[in-house]
Design a protein around this ligand. Structure first.
Ligand SMILES: [Zn+2]
Length: 173
């Protein structure tokens, strides 16, 4: 093989490996639950927030894979996503200390601030249904489902002190 062909073929191999890693759609191994800590949420709004807060992320999309509305912006219990989820791109929803949870973790964000109030029942039921479906689809064990702040290495109150984590764990069994 001459040098030029070698360079071309190794570039092609590296590109396909990279693409494979980024787009490998069945790699999902964790689910991390978040709250938006705000009263209002739409995909567009969260994209804008992400642009401002995480300027180092090359992916111009919401940092999560799914958002669940609270009736203010998105409908109550409405599940929405953008191209990050549709293309199976890694998340940007936990810190750099947990690269594997970003890379193989599905981020679900509930609109609302559960430091201030409880989770509306309809929104909770939508989260439960979505999480159960994802657990089945990707064979994700219960032990790999966490709240953001309940994830080892993370220091945040997200998804808020009123998020019913014990109930959520029980309902997922
Ligand atoms: Zn969070």
């Amino acid at each position: 093989m001459n040098r030029r062909r070698f360079i071309l073929s190794s570039t092609a191999i590296a590109a396909s490996l990279t693409t494979g890693i980024i787009y490998w759609p069945n790699r999902w191994h964790y689910i991390v639950v978040h709250h938006s800590a705000g009263k209002f949420g739409t995909i567009k709004f969260l994209q804008q927030v992400h642009r401002e807060r995480q300027q180092g992320d090359p992916v111009d999309a919401i940092p999560y894979h799914y958002v669940i509305g609270n009736g203010n912006g998105l409908k109550m219990g409405e599940v929405a996503s953008d191209w990050r989820q549709k293309n199976h791109i890694w998340g940007a929803h936990v810190s750099g200390r947990n690269t594997d949870r970003n890379f193989r973790g599905i981020g679900i964000c509930l609109i609302g601030n559960f430091e201030e109030h409880t989770v509306p029942e309809a929104q909770y039921m939508a989260l439960l249904a979505l999480t159960k479906n994802l657990m089945l689809e990707f064979a994700i064990p219960l032990s790999n489902i966490t709240g953001h702040g309940h994830t080892q290495g993370e220091s945040t109150h997200c998804p808020g002190e009123h998020f019913p984590m014990p109930r959520f764990m029980k309902d997922l069994i």
